[in-house]
Write a protein of this length. Sequence first.
Length: 438
Amino acid sequence: QHLAQKSKQKNITNMATILLSSTISQKEDADEDAPLPLAKLRTVISQEAYLWLEEADAKESEWKAQLAEERSNVMIDLFGSDENADNNSEGSNEKRQRHDRYETRIKEWTSSHQNSDGFGGISIGDNDDDFVNRSCFPEENYDGNHSENPKVENEHNSENGSITVKYILSEAPGGHGDAIWAASRHVANLFANVKKCRDLLSPILNQDDDDQFIRNGDVDYVQDLSRNPLIGKRVIELGAGAGIPSWSALHCGADLVVCTDQGIADRIRCLAECALRNLEDIEKRTEQSKQFGGEEFNTNNDLNCGIVKVCPYSWGTPIDPILETIRCSNSQQDKELDQVHLFDVVIAADCIYMPDFHEPLLKSIKLLIHRPNKSDHRWGMALLPFALHGNTKDENVWNIVPLAIEMGFEVEVLEGVQLTPQWKNMDMKRGFVNMLRL
């Protein structure tokens, strides 16, 4: 009996330890998934944007307090006491916790050389929150969280240049920035593939003085072909949504990345947090690479962390807010930025499905794209990957091509690629990504 009692006490102690460890682990996971304080985001936004977000936070807190008070009053009226209201609230909290256990706020997307979709960011269920990856190609089928899937782990370890970015989907209404559309996944995946990225950016690479080596057949330049061509480049994304192309460019070594979207407070705050979290991941990787002498990490990524900024911006308006955001950095080069030396690459993924916005979008691209000057003869370029979503006639969307030519752009229509549509039972056509290069 003594031995049995002792064994029982030991089992209880073990169970208590397991439960305590589980609770601590869940708390740590919850803490990691919690929004970053606004004060921490100051490094990636301008002072004006910070004050705007601060005001939005105050209004949201006031609204939530008012809503909670109204709900409490309704519960008291319905059940006659606070106790029943608390019980009802506990039931709702328990349901929410069960959902939250499987759904995290901070999500991940991983690039792939074999899977055009990459891994992550596609909804497979009837609920829009069921974000895991499924491929439209049977041989590339994927049915789980990428961090727990052996195929992804093997690919991530064996592929040259695979990257993983963090993203957050804003819950704010307005636009369609609450999803990872095929066009965003496509261009982000191309960035992470050194060879495909070099082909994609070839018009601006072929005019670089350094690329004379490759045209002259210099064998010393062969080593440089393993470096991502985004290294040292300035990149800006318009209508970013969750910003997957921006974070991919940052991980691939871009010198400056500016991520913009509509002036919706929650959207900009989510992008600012993503900018900071991805930058921190790059800094950790850089530190690890230095510890291992750089051998553990391939040369797709540079060891120097780029500068990343987030800015609210409306197409067709002056670009002064963007310039001001960039000048807030500690880089002397960025402080001296003018309206000529601007961006090497402008991205607008799935931004042309509404023809009424073609002209303001092209006006903004024209203002932001780098153009030749006395000290620099190079041109920048713009990438417009897009799918046809059926909200208007296809020819209305394609009308951006003659409009762009009329506005002075050289336009190339690159080969389209079939990716997986964003949601279950969505028309495959909405996953077919066309690409315009300006």
